[in-house]
Design a protein around this ligand. Structure first.
Ligand SMILES: CC(C)(COP(=O)(O)OP(=O)(O)OC[C@H]1O[C@@H](n2cnc3c(N)ncnc32)[C@H](O)[C@@H]1OP(=O)(O)O)[C@@H](O)C(=O)NCCC(=O)NCCS
Length: 140
């Protein structure tokens, strides 16, 4: 098992199939354009777990809040349906937490849709606390 950033275009392109399981409405073209834009403007990075192929994938970025300092946000995390419950999600989240510590982050965060109850069970099992409500308003 190997966990590493996916920084080059070919690796990012290959990650589309897995990301599309989590973000099915994103076309390949929109995905590649968005990743490139987010990497350049917001420090977004993809991290992949390989085990005889890409098994789990996450998008992360580091931010800073006025009152709590630096944090790492996990924005997209997915393991293919056929590969779940083999510890890939745990290994990837653990690697990301280690990276966040190295980067002087004080917290790991993520926003997860209220409907993703299975994923919430996973996050709580991994030691994450539910500590805020996230409000949004559609502006379109
Ligand atoms: C959440 C997720 C990344 C966990 O990945 P994983 O590789 O299965 O993680 P692990 O093997 O380390 O842990 C498995 C645990 O995740 C939880 N889990 C969450 N959703 C699950 C699912 N659909 N199938 C199986 N386990 C799931 C279970 O508690 C499971 O524990 P168990 O194996 O004892 O039953 C993965 O289930 C997933 O991609 N889910 C769909 C996408 C998603 O909701 N992502 C989060 C967006 S916020």
């Amino acid at each position: 098992m190997e966990i590493a950033f996916l920084d080059d275009e070919a690796a990012i392109d290959r990650s589309y199939a897995l990301m599309a399981r989590l973000r099915p409405r994103l076309s390949r073209g929109d995905y590649l354009a968005a990743v490139s834009r987010l990497m350049a403007a917001h420090g977004y990075r993809l991290v992949g777990l390989h085990d005889d192929g890409l098994r789990a994938l996450a998008g992360i970025r580091i931010g800073e809040w006025l009152h709590t300092g630096r944090y790492l946000e996990v924005e997209d995390l997915v393991t293919a349906e056929t590969d779940r419950s083999r510890g890939y999600g745990r290994a990837l989240l653990g690697w990301i937490a280690g990276y966040a510590r190295q980067q002087d982050c004080r917290q790991l965060r993520l926003v997860s849709g209220v409907q993703r109850v299975d994923a919430h069970r996973f996050y709580q099992r991994e030691g994450m606390a539910w500590e805020a409500k996230y409000f949004s308003m559609d502006l379109a």
